[in-house]
Design a protein around this ligand. Sequence first.
Ligand SMILES: [Zn+2]
Length: 216
Amino acid sequence: MDLLLFGPPGAGKGTQAKFLIDLLRIPQISTGDMMRAERKSGSELGRQFDEYMSAGKLVPDSLVLDLILKRLTQEDAKNGAIFDGYPRTVAQAESLDALLEKLDRRIDRVVSLDVPLQDIVERVTGRRVCLDCGQTYHVRYSPPPQNGECVSCGGNKIVQRSDDTEEVVRKRYEEYKAKTEPVLAHYGAKGVVKGVEGVGSLEEITERIKEAIGVE
Ligand SMILES: [Zn+2]
């Protein structure tokens, strides 16, 4: 199954993707992580990414698609993949559809996580992260230990990231509404979209997603 996890930034797509990787035994396609890995590998494609990224420029869609194609034809992704954070525009969705069609595949299901802006603001502004190991906390739901020591690595650098502010959240949300949300209508027309309420405990949301994609 090729699955697209959809929703505004901060809706919890990445967290849910981690559960789904184990459940569906298919990998997550994270274009950002893949681009960084490709740069490190020193491949020709990686060298091209490097030219754009080190100049602070946007990597052209055609190069990103080359990377996705390469990833989808690897053994572990032959039966499907979880897309999260891509496509971000209708043009990207159309290109991805064309690429999948060449592989005799398609986006079989779009799970759209519905989370009100106010909840996203609360989640993101309450987020704290360990600079040493990446462990995340939330001031209300999973507060960092009183002594300031990270539960995962024992480090003492638990901080609020500089872009985890209400202003940044609202700006990203507006951009999502304008450019990314139309992707939903694109797939809605194909009849593959399922809306899922993205508010509640992680377990509750995972259960709803499982129901939406028809797995136990
Ligand atoms: Zn840590």
